[in-house]
Structures are given as structure tokens and as C-alpha cells.
Design a protein around this ligand. Structure first.
Ligand SMILES: NC(=O)C1=CN([C@@H]2O[C@H](COP(=O)(O)OP(=O)(O)OC[C@H]3O[C@@H](n4cnc5c(N)ncnc54)[C@H](O)[C@@H]3O)[C@@H](O)[C@H]2O)C=CC1
Ligand SMILES: O=C(O)C(=O)COP(=O)(O)O
Length: 526
């Protein structure tokens, strides 16, 4: 049975799902060294933001197949390191959207009305109404940085509260922004004009320290900043100075450069700053959503099924996988076959997508073809996650061609591999949308379904060859399940494709190559 380690608090509903297929260990107080010491036992790791999955941990996770992040941000996971090792990293892209958006809105209103400090003062026995005079958000300008899932929900609610909306997101269209009632503007303009700035972007090398002394200086003395996205997007020391000196009016922060916060310049800024301990996703509803979402994906991957929301499998979302699965199997089979026929080190893979396959969605097919191609070298270590990287590291050049015509079939996939030992090509199609058929080997038309053990020969199309080969195989007790000859012209060159019941015994391939008229022979296991 597989083993899953849960290293951050996860809703029980997720644990129950994992328990259907695995032994689940819940250890939520592990120090990095402790995690490193035990991770080697586990097939899957389920985390939230509390666990840092560094390269070290990934190297030590020799059995790891999947890391599941029960939330959105995967900045605490070394995703490139996981990808290199073929470990799928999944998250829950939507499970906590509403929770995080509502927290940001709550922070904005709390900051405007000094709710946390006013509440604390009443609880201290005071009745101070003068110190907590607030300001309204109605008709104020909200600058939304990052108009993705959370940013969009914040924008919609803010719109309903009568706020004017500016947004900055270089990856969002003007139409989408307009639909949300937002005016897309340059970042500096947003900083200059907004009364409230709310951040909803991932932490990346581009967004780190986006808010710093220089950008803070662009803002109005009345500006308030809300960060429920990620620590490190704001330079905390510069923010503390700006609030202290009145460059801006205040900030509400849920996330920090280093968590837990500990000693910080941000403490001691009174009612102009609100700090919460990374609570954006901490609602009962969101925790159920993310736990189910991620536990189901871990379960599926442990059962050998694809994950819905893998962050490190490019172009392979659930919708693509749904429709493409049979074609990916076709691509993988052809990749494996052409890799074995070519042998040696493959340098170039030409991929021709014909007919219905000649669409923009070629990426999944190429990944699958590379996975098949690399199988001989890497066996189970190659998967959809690392096939691209492994191919790049081996210097395999992929050349993609699309051709809208496809004779006799709705869609054809043609792979040609060129390597140190020569060039071979295979073409295949799906019959009835799911049954794989080989339609061409090295330019010779055939029509056979692939089987586990196959033998291919290149020979002269002359009488007697088939008989000779049949008796030779018979003398080695090799049973032929099916056989087909493909030729371009009568009595010219031809290929023979044989499905055999068992692997070819040692030495027989050399005997086959000695048969007069047979120019070459290849055995493959698919
Ligand atoms: N405080 C908390 O507990 C939570 C925090 N989050 C954080 O909120 C953030 C946003 O999450 P979602 O809206 O779900 O993600 P999303 O992927 O739907 O949206 C992110 C948006 O940021 C935009 N973006 C990327 N780089 C940008 C840049 N350099 N400048 C401006 N925009 C940029 C993208 O185009 C996208 O529209 C993430 O960092 C996530 O980790 C999410 C959930 C809970
Ligand atoms: O989903 C996210 O990105 C979050 O930041 C939520 O973090 P958490 O799962 O509550 O530790």
C-alpha cells in the first residue's frame, strides 16, 4: 500500500479520501531536518503553506510521485526540482478563492474603520469614539494588482460597494477587465491614483519587492495597502517606514516575508496596520474544498491516473487530458516504437500531426511522444512531468510539422527519429477513436495494431521469405500471433510486422538477419 505524509493541518475529509488508497501519516510539526529524514518512505506529500519543500527534501524523497498543495500558492515548493525528478506538483486553483477574496475585503473595511483596535479598546473597558473615526470606501479608488481568480472576485464585490476600480495585470485582456468594471492601467499610475491597493499576484522573481521605497513614494498619503497574496511582494522595512512617516496611511497584511512573523518593524505601528497570521484560506468551506481537491488528485496519481491541476505538466489540464488520452497513448506507443527501431542516441524527433491532429494543441502529444521515446533509457523515471526536460537535457531536437490532410484516416501521427545509428519512422492512427493502429513503418504502408512483443523485418519482396522466417521462428518455439507485409512496389523492398506471443529468445535476431533476402530485423517490446 502507498504511504502519504500530511505535513500541515488538512481537513479530515481529505485524510479520508487518501485513506481509501494509502496509509496516511499526519505529522504537522516536523522541522526541515525531520522531514528530510523520513520523506524517503513516502509516495506522496500533502502540504499547505507551512511546509517548505526544498530541493533537499525532494532529493531525499526517493519514492515521491506527487506533492499536493492544499491551496493555491506553490512558492514554498521547489517546482523545478520536483519536475526534474518527475514528481507531479498539484494544487487547488479555486478551492480557496472566495475565502482569500473575502479576507482581503474584510481587511480593507477593517483598516478603513479601525475595527481591530476599536474592538480591543472596548475590551479593555474604554469607550473611545474619537480615536477611531474612519473613512468610507464608497467612491474611493481601489487598485487591484493581479486580476486573476481572487482579484476578480474582490473587484466585483468592491464594484458593488461603489468603488472605482483600476487594475494592473499584464496577462489580462482589456475586455476581461472591462467586464469586471476595471480600467486596466500601468502599475505606476495605479500606485499614484489608488486610495486602496490590493495585491492578488503570485510571488515570482518579477513580483518580489514590487512595493518598495520607490513605489511607496508614488502613493498618496491617504493610500492603504492590503496584501493577502504573498509575503516578499512588499519590502516590509520600507513599508514600516512609509507608514511611520505618513507617506501612506496604512496597511493590512495577511502574509509575510518570513512566517511566522516574529520580530518585525511592522509591529508597533498602532491602528494603521492590521496583521493576521496567514488566514486568507482559513475558512471551514475553503479547507473542505482544498482538502477534497488535492486529496482526490493524490489518490488518482497513486492509482496511476492523471491529475486535474498539475502545475508542472504544461498544457495538460483536465479538459485536454479528457479528450486527448487515446491520442496521447498513440503518441507514447509510437515514440516508444520509433525509439527502439532507431536505437542509440536520438538527436532529432520530427513530429508530424496530420488531419484532425493538426491543431494548436500539439504540446500534450509531443510530451507523450517524448515520454515513449525516452522509455528505453529511463524506464519508469520518465513521465509526463519530466519528459520535456529530459529530452532537452539529452539534446533531442523536436521539430513539429502540421499537415491538415490525412489520407484514409481522420488524424495521423507521424514520428521520425534520427540518431547516432540511423533514421526510422512510424505512423499511427486511432480506429474508432480509441484503437491504436500502425499505418506505416519506414515509409511502408501497413495496418496492424501494436502488440507487446513485435518483430519487424526489412526484406526483398521475393517468394519464400515469409516461409523461411516462419520456420526459423518455429524452430525457436516462437509463436506468431499475426503477421503483415507492407510494400510499395511488387518485388521491391518490403517490411514485415509480426506480433509474437513472447519476447524473442537471445540470439535469434542475428539468425533472422542471416536469412537470404532479409536486410535487417528489429525486435521491440511495447
Ligand atoms: N492569504 C492566503 O491565504 C491566500 C493567498 N493566495 C495567494 O493569492 C495569489 C493570487 O491567487 P489567485 O487569484 O488564485 O491566482 P490567479 O492565478 O488566478 O491570479 C493571479 C493573477 O496574477 C497575474 N499576474 C502574474 N504575474 C503578475 C505580475 N507580475 N503583475 C501583475 N499581475 C500578475 C496573473 O495574470 C493572474 O491573473 C497567489 O499568490 C496565492 O498564493 C491564495 C489563496 C489564499
Ligand atoms: O492557497 C494559498 O496560496 C495560501 O496562501 C493558503 O495558505 P494555507 O493553505 O492556509 O497555508
Amino acid at each position: 500500500m502507498s504511504k502519504v505524509l500530511v505535513s500541515d493541518p488538512i481537513d479530515q475529509v481529505g485524510i479520508d479520501i487518501l485513506s481509501q488508497v494509502a496509509t496516511v501519516d499526519i505529522k504537522t510539526t516536523l522541522k526541515p531536518d525531520e522531514l528530510k529524514a523520513i520523506i524517503g518512505e513516502y509516495d506522496a506529500l500533502m502540504i499547505r503553506s507551512g511546509t517548505r519543500v526544498t530541493q533537499d527534501i525532494i532529493e531525499a524523497g526517493v519514492k515521491l510521485k506527487i506533492i499536493g498543495r492544499a491551496g493555491v500558492g506553490v512558492d514554498n515548493v521547489d517546482v523545478p526540482a520536483a519536475t526534474r525528478k518527475g514528481i507531479v506538483v498539484v494544487n487547488s486553483p479555486e478551492g480557496n478563492t472566495i475565502a482569500a477574496a473575502e479576507h482581503a475585503l474584510a481587511m480593507m473595511l477593517s483598516l478603513s474603520r479601525h475595527i481591530p483596535d476599536a474592538n480591543a479598546s472596548v475590551k479593555r473597558g474604554e469607550w473611545d469614539r474619537k480615536s477611531y473615526v474612519g473613512s468610507e470606501v464608497y467612491k474611493k479608488t481601489l487598485g487591484v494588482v493581479g486580476l486573476g481568480k481572487i482579484g476578480s472576485h474582490v473587484a466585483s464585490v468592491a464594484k458593488a460597494m461603489g468603488m472605482k476600480l483600476l487594475a494592473y495585470d499584464p496577462f489580462i485582456s482589456t475586455e476581461r477587465a472591462e467586464q469586471l468594471g476595471c480600467q486596466l492601467v500601468e502599475l505606476n499610475l495605479l500606485f499614484q491614483q489608488a486610495d486602496y491597493i490590493t495585491l492578488h499576484i503570485p510571488k515570482t522573481s518579477e513580483t518580489a519587492n514590487l512595493i518598495n521605497a520607490k513605489t511607496l513614494a508614488l502613493m498618496k498619503p491617504t493610500t492603504r495597502i492590503i496584501n493577502c497574496a504573498r509575503g516578499g511582494i512588499i519590502d516590509e522595512a520600507a513599508l514600516a517606514v512609509a507608514i511611520k512617516e505618513g507617506t501612506i496611511a496604512g496597511a493590512a497584511l495577511d502574509v509575510f516575508d518570513s512566517e511566522p512573523l516574529g520580530e518585525s518593524d511592522l509591529l508597533g505601528l498602532g491602528k494603521n496596520i492590521i496583521l493576521t497570521p496567514h488566514l486568507g484560506a482559513s475558512t471551514a468551506e475553503a479547507q473542505v474544498n482544498v482538502a477534497i481537491d488535492v486529496a482526490e488528485q493524490i489518490r488518482d496519481v497513486l492509482l496511476g491516473l492523471p491529475a486535474r491541476s498539475a502545475v508542472n505538466i504544461p498544457g495538460l489540464g483536465p479538459d485536454v487530458l479528457e479528450g486527448f488520452k487515446p491520442y496521447m497513448e498513440l503518441a507514447e506507443t509510437l515514440g516508444n516504437l520509433v525509439g527502439q527501431l532507431t536505437g542509440g542516441r536520438v538527436e532529432t524527433l520530427n513530429v508530424t500531426l496530420q488531419g484532425d491532429l493538426a491543431t494548436n494543441k500539439s504540446q500534450p502529444l509531443i510530451i507523450a511522444a517524448l515520454k515513449g521515446l525516452l522509455y528505453q533509457a529511463l524506464r519508469e523515471r520518465v513521465n509526463y512531468v519530466n519528459a520535456n526536460i529530459e529530452a532537452k537535457e539529452r539534446g533531442i531536437r523536436v521539430i513539429e510539422t502540421r499537415d491538415a490532410s490525412a489520407r484514409d484516416y481522420a488524424g495521423l501521427l507521424h514520428l521520425q527519429a534520427t540518431g547516432t545509428l540511423g533514421t526510422h519512422s512510424v505512423t499511427g492512427a486511432l480506429l474508432g477513436d480509441k484503437e491504436i493502429h500502425l499505418t506505416d513503418i519506414d515509409g511502408f504502408p501497413i495496418n496492424v495494431p501494436p502488440s507487446k512483443y513485435m518483430l519487424f523485418t526489412l526484406h526483398r519482396d521475393v517468394p519464400g521469405i515469409i516461409g523461411k522466417l516462419g520456420s526459423l521462428l518455429g524452430s525457436f518455439n516462437v509463436n506468431i500471433a499475426s503477421m503483415q507485409v507492407g510494400r510499395k512496389i511488387v518485388r521491391g523492398d518490403a517490411v514485415m510486422a509480426l506480433s509474437i506471443d513472447d519476447p524473442l529468445p537471445e540470439g535469434i535476431l542475428e539468425e533472422i538477419k542471416k536469412v537470404s533476402g532479409i536486410r535487417d530485423a528489429y525486435t521491440v517490446t511495447l
